[in-house]
Every structure is written in structure tokens, then in C-alpha cells.
Design a binder for this molecule. Structure first.
Ligand code: UD1
Length: 416
């Protein structure tokens, strides 16, 4: 999918079913490397990032069958150096490193790819594995890692909160000798889900979801069954779709508890929100939202992955709103496209200042990354006229059937 035709002036109303979480499913798939037991994983979203992850696993020798529920057998892995042309497509490929090292004592992995939203180093992943006893050589964009015998449990104080590095260290420590404590760990719901999955396989992890995770290493993991959590960012994106268009929406098969901060901000913008066990209902009651002041932060703070969607909301809200980005240094590229659509946006250091206007106008815009793609499509839905959104190949990496789901709630989006 390269280019989308998006008709504007839409009010988005209706029901949407939320898919499984991309950011939980990806690491969980790579965690299957840790065991020779048979694994069943449900609620896997249909995304290109997931397809690349599956191709990488198959390349290593993993047997995989099924679609939304996958049966995975990693008992006969016999390759430890996956190809560059797959690795460089997704950031998540770094999560092969810890499990390969922990189970086989060796791995050779090229540096990962992913959204261009900053320099995105992997030093914290590599430092963590080194502290667990691995020897790591980085040469010609390739990580060559090995350990003699088992990794060794250790107290690891993370100098910065990192979702990715917490996952790498937690996965490697499951098979280490002795106990590991990850201090200043990331607390994201995806980390809790990964720990739950690993515990199902016989790992001994406590404290996931807090900033101190304790992992008692075990000799071997077994097989097991797991259901991936709902995608909180997809949920948040659809809630913004309804809020920005002054409509109403019910998101089903989601987890309201994972969106506390996002729901708080939407309420502050004037939305009426109700939640149940696995649904969230938002009603904007035909009103223009009020501008918000937001600062992104590690969970339970406001997610950086919702920054662009809320900048769109602020663009058409009443008043002046600010969003300060504290996680990634280069996540504002999309603002120039919103400006092309008439948004009044200024950037000062790491803060976006939006002077809200009543209506955006259609344009020919280019998306720069995954969340920017979704944001520009939503902008097109509410702008006056027809918007063409280019480079939407980013979108299918992280949103399952996004145009189709939006069309079901009143949008008119066509793939060109
Ligand atoms: C994950 C998510 C991404 C989300 C981000 C923050 C996936 C596939 N991606 O990305 O959608 O936006 O969490 O919630 O799950 N850092 C270092 N060294 C490292 C690792 C990270 O300096 O080794 C820095 C990063 O540049 C960034 C900050 O730490 O400034 C947080 O990054 P991290 O939490 O690791 O994000 P990702 O795991 O890459």
C-alpha cells in the first residue's frame, strides 16, 4: 500500500474491533526461540512487521503454522545469523539476540531497522547482555555475541528507561544461572504480557509492570499457550479519530486499564468516556475539542506513540495546546504535513505548539513513519476536500486493516 485517497468532511461514528498488540506480539514471537517446547499464540495481528518476524523465525529453522493463532515449534533452530535484508526492516529484530544467546550461547545479528524517529541506539540492550556475561563484538553493523556455558544472573541498573532493553535483558535472564534484577525497568503493559508468556513456559519472573523485575533463571523452558493483549495504541488512535471528527465510537476487545492517561486527556478535551471490562466508548457530542497540554513519558505516562494523533487533535481544537516529546528526539517530521493542511503549528525545541483552527484543508501529504501515517489519514478524513496520503506502506507495518476499519465507521478511503 503506497498511496491513499481520503475523502474529507467525515464524522466518524460506530464500532471497531481492536487487534492484538503489535508491540507485545513481536517480542513474544522472538521469545519462542528460548524453548524447544510447542507453543500456541493467539490474537496475533495481521501486519507486515509480524510477517517479517515470522520470516526471520522460519529462516532460523522455526516451524510455524496458522494465522491469527500461530503454532510455533522452535526445536530445530540451526541458523544463528539471519539475513540483513529482513533484519533491517524492523526494530523488533533486536529481540532475537537475547533468546539466541540464552539458549544456544551464540548469535550474529545485523543492526535493526524500524521507524526513523531518532537515533535509536541499542547500547542498553548490549550493555545488559554483557553484564549477564556475554562477549559482544560490534563490527560492520553486525553484532557478534557469544557466551561460554550459561549467562549469569546479575543486578542491572538501567541508566535510562527502555522498553526494548528491558525485554532483551528479561528474556536472556530467564535461562541464566542465578537471579537477575532489572532496576529502573520499563513498566509498559507489553512487558507484563511478555513476562506472563514466559512464566507460562516455566520462567520465574516477578515484578513485571513495576520498575523492579526479578528473574530467577531456570534450566529450560517448556511449551504453552498465550493470548496477546489488545493494541492500546490502535485503540487510542481510533478514539482520537472519533474525537477529532466530533463523532462517537465504541472500541471492542480492548483493555481500558492500559489507556488511563490517554482517556484522561480525551476527557479533558471534552469527550464523554465510558469503559467496561473490554470496551471503551467515547462520545464527542458534536463538539469541537479543547486544546491540551501533554508531555510524553514512559508508562504509565502519556505514550510517545500517541504524540502525533494528539497533535492532530490539538490542531483542530479550541485554544492553544502544547505537546512535549521526551522519549525520541526526531518525532515531529509529520508536523510539516499537517501545516500543509492548514494547521498552525510551531516547534520550539522538543515542544509542538498548536494554535487550534476549526478546519484543516485537503492536500497531498507524505507520511514519514507508522504513527504519522495514521495521523495524516485521520487528518484527511476531517479536512475539507480530498487528501492524498503518500508513503502509506508505513501504515501496514502497525495497523491491521486501518482503511477498512475507518470506512466501517464512516470514512471513505481508497487505495490508489
Ligand atoms: C518501543 C516501541 C515503540 C515505542 C517505544 C517507547 C516496539 C517495537 N517499539 O521502542 O513503539 O515508541 O518503545 O514506548 O515495541 N535508548 C537508548 N539505548 C538503547 C535503547 C533505547 O538510548 O539501547 C533510548 C531511545 O533512543 C529512546 C529511549 O531510550 O530515546 C526509549 O526507547 P525504548 O523504550 O527502548 O524504545 P523501543 O524499545 O525502541
Amino acid at each position: 500500500m503506497e498511496k491513499l485517497y481520503v475523502e474529507g468532511n467525515k464524522i466518524l461514528n460506530g464500532h471497531v474491533i481492536i487487534s492484538g498488540s503489535k508491540n507485545a506480539a513481536l517480542p513474544i514471537l522472538f521469545m519462542t526461540i528460548l524453548t524447544e517446547g510447542k507453543i500456541k499464540i493467539g490474537n496475533i495481528p495481521n501486519l507486515t512487521d509480524i510477517n517479517i518476524a515470522l520470516k526471520l523465525l522460519v529462516y532460523l529453522g522455526v516451524k510455524i503454522t496458522g494465522n491469527e493463532t500461530l503454532c510455533i515449534d522452535a526445536s530445530s533452530i540451526n541458523i544463528f545469523c539471519p539475513p540483513y535484508n529482513l533484519i533491517n526492516k524492523i526494530r523488533a529484530s533486536i529481540w532475537m539476540l537475547g533468546p539466541l544467546l540464552a539458549r544456544f550461547g551464540k548469535a550474529k545479528i545485523f543492526l535493526p531497522g524500524g521507524c526513523k524517529i531518532g537515533s535509536r541506539p541499542i547500547d542498553l540492550h548490549l550493555n545488559g547482555l554483557t553484564q549477564l556475561g556475554a562477549t559482544i563484538n560490534l563490527k560492520n553493523n553486525c553484532i557478534d555475541a557469544y557466551v561460554k556455558g550459561r549467562l549469569q544472573g546479575k543486578y542491572i541498573l538501567m541508566e535510562k528507561i527502555s522498553v526494548g532493553a528491558t525485554i532483551t535483558i528479561m528474556s536472556a535472564a530467564t535461562l541464566a544461572k542465578g537471579s537477575t534484577i532489572i532496576d529502573n525497568a520499563a513498566c509498559e503493559p507489553e512487558i507484563v504480557d511478555i513476562a506472563k508468556f514466559l512464566n507460562t513456559l516455566g520462567a520465574d519472573i516477578i515484578g513485571a509492570g513495576s520498575n523492579k523485575i526479578c528473574i530467577k533463571g531456570v534450566l529450560k523452558l517448556t511449551g504453552g499457550t498465550h493470548q496477546v493483549i489488545p493494541d492500546r495504541i490502535e485503540t487510542g488512535t481510533f478514539l482520537v479519530a472519533a474525537a477529532a471528527s466530533q463523532g462517537h465510537i465504541t472500541c471492542h476487545k480492548t483493555e481500558p486499564k492500559h489507556l488511563t492517561n490517554v482517556l484522561m486527556k480525551l476527557t479533558e478535551a471534552g469527550a464523554k468516556i465510558k469503559t467496561g471490562k473490554d470496551w471503551i466508548k467515547l462520545d464527542m457530542r458534536g463538539k469541537r475539542p479543547k486544546s491540551l497540554n501533554i508531555c510524553t513519558a514512559p508508562y504509565p505516562g502519556f505514550p510517545t506513540d500517541m504524540q502525533a494523533q494528539f497533535a492532530l487533535l490539538n490542531s483542530i481544537s479550541k485554544g492553544i495546546g502544547t505537546i512535549t516529546e521526551t522519549i525520541f528526539e526526531n518525532r515531529f517530521i509529520y508536523t510539516s504535513e499537517l501545516i500543509r493542511m492548514g494547521a498552525k503549528i510551531k516547534i520550539k525545541n522538543n515542544t509542538i505548539i498548536c494554535y487550534g483552527i476549526p478546519k484543516l484543508i485537503s492536500s497531498n501529504v507524505f507520511s514519514s513513519d507508522l504513527r504519522a501515517s495514521a495521523t495524516l489519514i485521520l487528518a484527511g478524513c476531517i479536512a475539507a476536500g480530498i487528501t492524498i496520503v503518500n508513503h502509506t506502506y508505513h501504515l501496514v507495518r502497525g495497523y491491521e486493516s486501518f482503511p477498512k476499519k475507518l470506512n466501517k465507521i464512516g470514512a471513505n478511503i481508497k487505495i490508489i
